[in-house]
Each structure stands twice: as C-alpha cells, then as structure tokens.
Design a protein around this ligand. Structure first.
Ligand code: BGC
Length: 402
C-alpha cells in the first residue's frame, strides 16, 4: 500500500498485546492508518515509533483496541486526557507535542523531531515559572477523610506515586518521605492536602510512605533513612523532604524545595499555637539536598519511640556547618492532625547526650533493614520494612562503651 498525503488526523490509544506496551497513535482519518505512535513500556520509558512509510502490516498484527476515540481537538482537552491518563500516565506530553507538531507542520507527512519527555528523558521544555503562577496562598486544611479510590479519581495526574509537570521543566525533583505506621485516616488527609499544594508549586515529586511493621517502637529517624535510600534508587532527586504525617503546610508559598542549607518548613505549627517551640526545632517538615543528607549521615538510627531524633538531626547539621534556614517563615503555618498521643517515656535523652560523638558512625552508613514490600500505588510508593531493634542497639552499645 502506498502512503498518500493525509488531510486529517486523530489520536487513538493502543495497546500492544505482544509486548505489554501501551501508547497513543496519530492516525490518518481517511486511510485509518497509524502514522506515528508513542508507547510506554513497562520500564516507564516512552518511545516514539514512526509508522508511516511502512504503512500496513507492521503493527496490524499486534495492535488491538485501536479506538476512534477523539478528534485532535477533543484529544487535547482535559476530559480526554483524564480518560486515557489512567493507562498512559504522562501522555499529556504527547498531546502537547502533537499539538505543536500540527501547528508547525506544512507538510502532510509529519517529521517527529521533538524529544518525548519522561522521567528518564532529558527535558528540553522551558523552566516552569518561579515563583509559580497559580498559588492559592494560605488555606486551612481539609480534614475530611476521603476513600483512597476517591483520591485516586481526583489526582489522576499522579501515577506510581509520582508527578511531573507536562508543559515546563520543574525547578526541582522532590522526594517526599513520610515515616508511617497505623494511621490510615491521617494518611488520607495527608495525601488530600499535600498533593495539590506541591502540584501547584509545579515541582516534579514522588511520595514515599515508609511503614514500619508492628512489634518494636516506631523509629522515625530510621524510616527516614530507609525512605531516602529507596527514593534515590528510583530517580535523581534534587531534594529530599522528611515529612511528618500529622504536620501539614497550610500555605502553598511554603515551598517544597532545597537550597544550599537544609530548610525547615514547619515553622509555625498549630499544636505549638502557630509558634516555633524552640530555635533548634528541626521536626515536622525539613528539606535536604542529597549531598546535605549524606554529609550529615542522615538521621541517627537509635531513637525508638517518641522524640529526640530531630534534635539529634539538628546537632548533625551544626557539626557539618549547616544552618537550618527558614526562608519561607512568613508562610510557615502548618495544621496539626489529631491522633492518639504517643507514650513519651523512653531513653532518648540518654542517646541525645552522645549525638555529637556518634553521628559519623550511626546513620545512613550503618543502616540495615529488611525490605518486605516496595509497591507503586497511584498516589504513593509504599515501602514496608522490618527493623531489628536489638541489632540496631547492639551496635550503639558497643561503640558507646569506647
Ligand atoms: C523532642 C522532639 C520534638 C519536640 C517538639 C522535643 O522535646 O525531643 O523530638 O519534636 O520536643 O515536640
């Protein structure tokens, strides 16, 4: 079959049965022929395939579900994007590219030269405006506990716990690490409030819920270290945010970004009457570049139960000549989500006394954990780990005696 000049086109979604790839294609309306396709494979990569020229035969055998679903105009509207985004994730990129190509092309046969942007692709789009244009400012938290299914429906732009702006290059790629155990309602409130705020900041972000098995006391520091390690395995993040589940920024001018010093975002927390409890308070929400976090050797692994790990963290920053800065202090209001009060009795003060001595040998560099599950959910990456308290403590006791 010859490939004739085309006069009109539409976009169709396809699934390649043989290779488990999904994608969308630009289709010649008259010939009902796929000209250009972009596929997402199971490794999250996007690849573009020029079909025209080979015309019939090449893909016919394996392409099923060729849907005459929309005209180009309809394809570019949000409704269509939402309906295909569940399968195709970042395909709005593609719509943008097709739109651009259409508006530029004179020839009927399109030459696809733009890069397809995805997590693993170099981004050639303009920088997203900074500060972002569509911020809301301060808004009190929405404390309604929605079902996860409903949240999935609302935040369709999230896929595999990840979001990347589609029409500009984000200022930073940010991993949000949330130590977690046994607080499902609070987690839903967290997602419903945090996701739209970071989205409006036009950042690329991944959310990691790091859950500790039951048995031994909760260890926020160690879960943060685990989240850090697991996140940087996934992609090149510019910024790591250690985020309490129950302290949530109310103002989207409080940016989830990193600078040349660690940033403290939870400056005015509701449970402290919207004041800073003390100058060295490093809890709640704190951001680090990868380098900063590695230099301070992350959190101590020794704090089991409530408190102390953030004070220890502050010591680590000072030891490395970092200041904990508060550039968005004015907008640092954070709501607190209520939950049952933790038992505050433990040995944190004893360990804290040694913070300045042990930071170099206790933290990221001696972290050991048993990864039980790492699963991509729509809104977050779920990491489920077992921590062996006896072993963690054993290493400390030996070294403390020296
Ligand atoms: C604890 C911290 C806690 C702070 C505020 C301190 O006594 O050591 O871990 O963040 O109080 O509640």
């Amino acid at each position: 079959m010859t490939c004739c000049p085309r006069t009109s086109y539409f976009i169709s979604s396809v699934i390649l049965k043989s290779s488990d790839m999904s994608g969308i294609c630009l289709v010649d309306e008259i010939q009902q022929e796929r000209l250009y396709c972009v596929f997402r494979d199971s490794n999250m990569g996007l690849s573009a395939k020029k079909i025209a020229g080979s015309c019939e035969g090449t893909y016919n055998a394996c392409i099923i579900g060729l849907l005459v679903s929309a005209t180009l105009v309809y394809a570019l509207n949000l409704k269509f994007y939402h309906s295909i985004s569940k399968i195709h994730g970042n395909m709005k990129n593609l719509s943008d590219i097709i739109q651009q190509t259409f508006s530029q092309t004179i020839s009927k046969r399109l030459i696809w030269t733009q890069l397809i942007h995805d997590r693993n692709f170099t981004n050639t789009l303009d920088q997203c405006s900074w500060p972002p244009k569509y911020l809301h400012g301060r808004e009190t938290l929405n404390r309604t506990v929605f079902d996860l299914e409903d949240l999935n429906e609302v935040f369709t732009f999230m896929k595999d716990g990840h979001y990347k702006p589609t029409n500009c290059t984000p200022k930073q790629r940010v991993a949000i690490i949330v130590p977690y155990r046994d607080r499902e309602p609070q987690m839903k409130i967290f997602l419903n409030n945090v996701i739209p705020r970071i989205y409006r900041q036009q950042l690329e972000f991944g959310i990691y819920i790091v859950e500790q098995t039951s048995g031994v006391p909760f260890n926020r520091g160690m879960l943060s270290n685990i989240g850090f390690k697991e996140a940087i395995l996934d992609m090149k993040y510019d910024c790591i945010v250690i985020h309490d589940l129950d302290i949530l920024p109310e103002d989207d001018r409080n940016f989830y970004t990193c600078d040349d010093n660690p940033i403290h975002m939870a400056v005015k927390v509701q449970q402290f009457k919207y004041n800073l409890p003390y100058k060295g308070f490093a809890g709640g929400v704190t951001t680090f570049s990868k380098l900063q976090y590695e230099k301070i050797n992350g959190f101590s692994n020794q704090y089991f139960g409530w408190g102390g790990e953030d004070d220890d963290l502050f010591t680590r920053m000072k030891k490395n000549n970092y200041s904990l800065i508060r550039p968005f202090e004015e907008f640092g209001h954070c709501g607190s989500i209520k939950h049952q009060q933790a038992n505050k009795k433990n040995d944190r003060l004893k360990i804290l006394k040694y913070a300045h001595k042990i930071w170099q040998r206790d933290g990221l560099n001696n972290l050991k954990y048993n990864l039980l599950i790492k699963r991509l959910k729509q809104l977050y990456v779920w990491i489920y780990v077992n921590i062996d308290m006896l072993n963690v403590r054993k290493s400390l006791d030996i070294k403390l005696k020296k």
